[in-house]
Design a protein around this ligand. Sequence first.
Ligand SMILES: [Zn+2]
Ligand SMILES: [Zn+2]
Ligand SMILES: [Zn+2]
Length: 155
Amino acid sequence: MTPDAAGRDPSSFAGPAEPGPRGRDGGGARRTTQRAAVLAALHDADGFRTAQELHDVLRAAGERVGLTTVYRSLQLLSDTGEVDVLLNDAGEAMYRRCERRGHHHHLVCRSCKKSVEIESGEVERWTERAAGEHGFSAVTHTMEVFGLCTTCSPA
Ligand SMILES: [Zn+2]
Ligand SMILES: [Zn+2]
Ligand SMILES: [Zn+2]
C-alpha cells in the first residue's frame, strides 16, 4: 500500500553546498536547541522553504546559527521523517514539517511555496503496476506537482 515510507533517496539531497567547519557545534544540548529552532521556523512557514530561507528567518529572529548547521539539522530531521524534503523545479532542496507522517505527495506553488498535501491513490497503484510490469521490486518513487496557487494565479 505505502511502498516507500522510508523511500527517500539520499542521492537526491541537493545540499549542503559547502563543506563547512567540523566540530564547532559544541555539546549535544546546543545541537538539540538549534534543531528545535529550525523545526520552529519550519512550523511557522506555510509551505516549503529552502535551507537558505530558513537560515535568513532564524538570523532575523536573532538565532546565532550557521547555514551549515541549518543544512545539517534539516538533513537529520528528514532522515528521521520529522520533515519532508523535495526538490523544487530548480533542483534545490526544500523542507516542510508535514501534517502527515509516512508517504504522501504535494502540490507546491512555485511562486509563494505554499503547499497542499494531496491524495495519490492512483499514483501509488500506477507505479506499482508499471514497475511490476518490468519485474521491478522494492519500488519507491517521489513525485511533486508544481503550479500556481489560487492567490498567485493571474486573475
Ligand atoms: Zn507533506
Ligand atoms: Zn502561491
Ligand atoms: Zn506516492
